[in-house]
Write a protein that binds this ligand. Structure first.
Ligand code: NAP
Length: 505
């Protein structure tokens, strides 16, 4: 086992201590944390990234039609407005290019250890985290930040005979680009945001395209306008204009998304009625009455994460495209057999069947003071203090952790709020106010009880199944407005924390 950077925390400039910080993951939230730490003068930072590139979910997903259903000028960091977006709703590769560019422009790459997967982090009596990678490297840090993301463990469906299929079969997040698709017989299983985007891209290319729908989804229509070359040229020429335009557009889209989609899910009101009316009106555009009724969900719009897309219904009406809503019975070497006994002969099966969304930093094992293990604490359901910290795990912070206000929303804005909160604690550590800090269990329980009492007003409990729900059937999301999240994280509330002023906790 090699030990890297094991030097003790040293006094920094002006007598302030210099923290050593480990970040797990170089996706959207890991880059955000590294960038804001650098801006705050914290440079003793290592970002552990298991892959060989930054980008997280935008690196992993490369499926045809991949796009972002949140506007580009809002789906970005406030500190890095991007003049290069080509569309209001950008193709996925542009988001990936943006994340790579931010990491390069801010000089973050030397801080990232690519190909380094953390296996465990153990709290020491020196009030540090001893972080070990799968390769056996170890290093000590004063703070550990989980930026491991939400949608990174593909969910493989339990379909009998899937392994006997003699064509190609892969998950949407593990796209096999060696497999030819043009002019072939392709099936996509799943009608979430991913299945819908793939359908629009693939249906025109395949000889036969079959979309296997278990549960219909509401689709909110999207109009995607291009940002023309002169606009991009102008924003490039004038960084001041780029910043101003970026700020105005960000605020505009933030208002739209937070005041409509976010409010529609957390409480009944005009927003819910408006979103519902638009989705129903969109479905009415399907002229074929039989198809329209098969596409009509039984649950309410936004009960599942709402699909925002253009051209999906039209793609299904193309020649060669078919919506299959008979349940899948099993797979055999030639294709998929549905419950009505019909064999759908295929060359390729794509599983757009979603993700295990509640793993967060797991399978990394955290061992806190007294041998407390994350795998045991989160055995039933992941719970956290105000989405960002865990009782019993000092100096550990979560980005996009349990109950964060994700959904039809820009996760950039959420992660920035959480990074700012984390930084405030780190600043106090630098000022010597504590050596170890962890939220109190009672405060965490109180927060979770408050959330539980808010769930009955949310749309997620209106009678559908989705990845938004935990094992206990309760939503794993934030049941209030994003502004409430910002307000709750605006102050540190040390009265709700255990603080050790010397040694460990
Ligand atoms: P998903 O929303 O979880 O949808 C999975 C789909 O697979 C559902 O239609 C599900 O049906 C179906 N399914 C699962 N197991 C099945 C089985 N055994 N047989 C038949 N059907 C099965 O997954 P996703 O579409 O990959 O999206 C996941 C999340 O990724 C989204 O909610 C969103 O947060 C994110 N995403 C974002 C964007 C973006 O533009 N920002 C784009 C794509 C994805 P049931 O509904 O019946 O369970």
């Amino acid at each position: 086992m090699t030990l890297i950077e094991a030097a003790p925390a040293s006094p920094g400039t002006k007598g302030r201590r210099t923290p050593r910080v480990a970040i797990v993951g170089a996706g959207m939230s890991g880059i955000c944390a590294a960038a804001k730490l650098a801006a705050a003068g914290v440079h003793d930072v290592v970002v552990y990234e298991k892959a060989d590139r930054v980008g997280g979910t935008w690196r992993e997903n490369t499926y045809p039609g991949l796009a972002c259903d949140v506007p580009s000028r809002y789906y970005c960091y406030t500190f890095a407005p991007n003049p290069d977006w080509t569309h209001m709703f950008p193709p996925g590769h542009e988001v990936q290019a943006y994340l790579q560019k931010v990491a390069d422009d801010l000089g973050l790459r030397p801080r990232i250890r690519f190909g380094a997967e953390i296996e465990e982090a153990v709290w020491t009596d020196r009030a540090t985290w001893l972080v070990r990678t799968r390769d056996g490297e170890a290093a000590e840090y004063d703070f550990l930040i989980s930026a491991a993301g939400v949608l990174h463990h593909p969910r493989m469906p339990d379909i009998e005979g899937l392994d006997t299929f003699r064509g190609a079969v892969f998950h949407s997040a593990r796209w096999d680009h060696r497999v030819a698709l043009d002019g072939r017989r392709v099936a996509v299983v799943g009608t979430g945001s991913t299945g819908v985007q793939i359908t629009k891209a693939l249906a025109p290319r395949c000889r036969e395209y079959k979309l296997f729908q278990r549960t219909p989804q509401w689709v909110f229509p999207l109009v995607n306008l291009p940002y023309r070359r002169p606009t991009r040229w102008l924003l490039h020429r004038s960084p001041a204009l780029n910043r101003l335009w970026g700020r105005l557009a960000y605020r505009f889209w933030q208002r739209i998304f937070e005041n409509t989609f976010c409010m529609a899910v957390v409480a009944p009101g005009w927003q819910r009625r408006l979103v519902s009316t638009i989705c129903r009106w969109n479905l009415r555009g399907v002229r074929d009455r039989g198809l329209r009724e098969r596409l009509r969900p039984k649950d309410l719009p936004m009960c599942k994460r709402m699909v925002i897309a253009a051209g999906f219904y039209r793609a299904l009406r193309r020649e060669g495209a078919e919506l299959v809503d008979q349940p899948i019975d099993h797979v055999e070497p030639r294709g998929i057999v549905t419950a009505d006994g019909r064999l759908h002969e295929l060359d390729v099966i794509v599983l757009a069947t979603g993700f295990h969304a509640h793993s967060y930093i797991r399978p990394v094992e955290l061992v806190g003071p007294g041998g407390l293990r994350l795998s045991e604490v989160w055995q039933d359901e992941p719970r956290a203090y105000r989405t960002v910290a865990l009782p019993g795990f000092p100096n550990f912070f979560l980005l996009l952790g349990p109950h964060s206000p994700i959904g039809n929303q820009s996760l950039f804005t959420i992660t920035e709020t959480q990074v700012d909160y984390t930084l405030r604690w780190i600043e106090r550590w630098r000022a010597g106010e504590f050596t170890a800090a962890t939220p109190r269990r009672e405060a965490t329980d109180r927060f979770n009880a408050e959330m539980r009492s808010a769930y009955p007003r949310t749309i997620w409990v209106s009678g559908c199944d989705s990845w938004y729900l935990g094992k206990d059937g309760l939503p794993a999301l934030w049941p209030w407005s994003p502004q409430t999240h910002r307000d709750m994280l605006a102050k540190l509330r040390p009265d709700e924390w255990h603080l050790a002023t010397s040694g460990s906790i």
